[in-house]
Design a protein around this ligand. Sequence first.
Ligand code: F6P
Length: 332
Amino acid sequence: MKKIAVLTSGGDSPGMNPAIRSVVRTAIYYNLEVVGVKHGYKGLIEKDFIPMDRGSVADIIQRGGTVLLSARCEEFKTEAGRQRAYKNMQEEGIDALVVIGGDGSLRGVQKINAESEIKAVGIPGTIDNDLSCTDYTIGVDTAMNTILDAINKIRDTATSHERTFVIECMGRGSGYLALMTGLAGGAEYILVPEIDFDPKEVTDKIKQGFKRGKLHSLILIAEGVKAPFADLSEYNGSPGMAMGDLIRERTGMETRVTILGHLQRGGSPTATDRVVASRMGHKAVDLLLQGKRDKMVNYKNNSIGSCDITDAIVKKSEIDMKIYQLANILSM
Ligand code: F6P
């Protein structure tokens, strides 16, 4: 193996830059050539390659986003698009590829390994932390801290005005961010797609809280929550907005809704994200040097290892019930 490529794909996450830096510098350390692929899989199809040296990843460890840029690429899902990508990589002399991204991006890794000579491995990079086989995906710690900062600020104004706030956070189909930040932020209720809830229980708890003298109520809701709302189209798909209306109707209390949106995806990566990203980037190159393919670097019990991509791309369908119950106990 002489030359490896690295790309970031799908929704960006803070920590992708330290991961790129680690892949590039580890590869150079082992006398490999490295190219960066711009715009994710689209860059493979359009031959958007840039040579990477030590200096090309200088001063990026602290930066959010991804210097290689990212995209969700429909063309790579077609046979013709992928064949073009393989041809381009072959012409460029690329022997192996490191893909940093979420489940959709890792499906691409699977395809490359199945259909070409190129050895590809993945690094989990998504704020959602929704992949199986790993306790951690790069970006989740920074996103949690961003959400927590927002909760703290909303708590201030909620108290001043004795209001209820519904805070909607990201996590496509996954309640991880809502659960963890709800616990860390002391939310009264945490609503996640993995667990059905009774709206009456939520509104009763809010009313009781105010009766007991609480000055505010904070409800954390994950964007992936669907039930018990029959139709979210009038709320532009937002379960937070729907929940806000429901609380207003049933409690008569002043209620506001904050949808945190894409600010959760930005920001300078935290120490944890930088450390995990640096370790994972190194491990990805190490796997390739061992001749491995179709693997995802993972993080389990504070140890960096790897698992089969097939096992990794299964989305986590459950959340940690012990943490959910703890949040419930503490929010009394
Ligand atoms: O998968 C990461 C994520 O941030 C999800 O939490 C969110 O639902 C989605 O990406 C948003 O995607 P986009 O940036 O394409 O709107």
